[in-house]
Design a protein around this ligand. Structure first.
Ligand SMILES: [Fe+2]
Length: 334
């Protein structure tokens, strides 16, 4: 398993140990020796594959070093060197993530075998994390394909909804980043935003495309779309955190929304956030039943609807970003 691309560090405060380890390992690996743990811990650019470390050193115990290095470089393998067959500290080292330990005085074969086994395990770990990453990528690609298929299905029925969903999900990501939502949450929210009106698949086209005001019966039909969408998407796992957006994007802060008439903070956060963006986009788009507003006018409307339609503190947080987007022209390009 030895190859000169593999880097092995030897950390020991005894020069003689460093030198004998170097002699044993140097034909197979690139070997670097260190006197104290701080030299390794202080330099984040160092990237060893394997570290042999003394269990007892002056400045820091080998166990302490092990815990610290595993925090910053979890994939590096560590083999402890101990002068005493001290079972309890050796076991503790294994529990803290050391791969193995060797006991001084050690023989050449013992060191080489420990190195080979540790490096074999490291390669397996790297290989399996690569497989997990590839698998995740394949699943992600599938999400995209699934999302696109669903968006196209909505588009065939109601092309306004498909474009509206694209714009709102883009805006959600831009605003989400600015207000500190984590990337993983945003990925889920974005997928849900792309599909938030998927339930319109279940509403008759003549109602969706009707020019002029809707009858109370038609309005009731339209109000079913969040629940229909939720039922369609609930079995999926890829937007679990965003499902609240689908179900609750028409709730209003003053509890006059639908489908559940939730009030204030009872409305889940992603839905409260998305409601602002959804309404903004609806206001700034020409619809068959009314004229569109400019971004500036829509921002004013959002401010006026604080505490009624929208969470006031969330609206206060978002409006400055909307204004900045308006200034930079981003809102006009959506
Ligand atoms: Fe909707």
């Amino acid at each position: 398993m030895g190859n000169k691309e593999t880097t092995v560090f030897v950390l020991d405060d005894e020069k003689s140990v460093q030198e004998s380890m170097r002699m044993i390992l140097k034909d197979k690996y690139k070997v670097f020796t260190f006197n104290c743990p701080e030299e390794i811990l202080a330099d984040p650019s160092l990237d060893p594959d394997l570290i042999f470390t003394d269990i007892r050193m002056f400045s820091m115990s080998g166990l302490e070093f092990l815990e610290k290095i595993k925090k910053t470089k979890p994939q590096v393998e560590v083999v402890m060197i101990t002068a005493y067959p001290d079972l309890s500290s050796s076991l503790q080292a294994l529990r803290s993530g050391a791969f193995d330990y060797i006991v001084k005085p050690f023989g050449k074969d013992q060191v080489l075998e420990a190195a080979e086994r540790a490096l074999r395990k490291r390669n397996q770990v790297i290989e399996s994390s690569r497989m997990i990453r590839d698998l995740r990528q394949a699943i992600d690609l599938n999400y995209e394909a699934t999302t696109q298929a669903l968006v196209l299905a909505v588009d065939a029925k109601d092309s306004y909804t498909a474009e509206h969903s694209r714009r709102t999900s883009e805006l959600l990501v831009e605003l989400g980043k600015r207000i500190g939502i984590s990337d993983s949450k945003l990925t889920s929210y974005k997928r849900a935003a792309e599909l938030h009106d998927i339930g319109k698949i279940g509403i008759e086209e003549n109602i969706l495309r009707k020019k002029g005001p809707l009858t109370p019966f038609e309005l009731e039909k339209i109000k079913q779309h969040p629940l229909i969408g939720y039922q369609i998407l609930r079995p999926t796992t890829f937007l679990r955190e965003g499902l609240d957006i689908v179900l609750h994007h028409h709730e209003r802060y003053d509890e006059t929304g639908y489908p559940e008439g939730l009030k204030g903070k009872e409305i889940p956060f992603p839905a409260r956030l998305f409601a602002v963006i959804d309404t903004y986009d609806a206001m700034t788009t020409e619809r068959c039943y009314r004229n569109k507003l400019s971004p500036g006018e829509a921002i004013e409307e959002i401010t006026k609807a604080k505490g009624k339609q929208f969470d006031p503190s969330l609206a206060d947080l978002l409006v400055p970003h909307f204004l900045e987007f308006e200034k930079s022209g981003y809102l006009y390009r959506l």
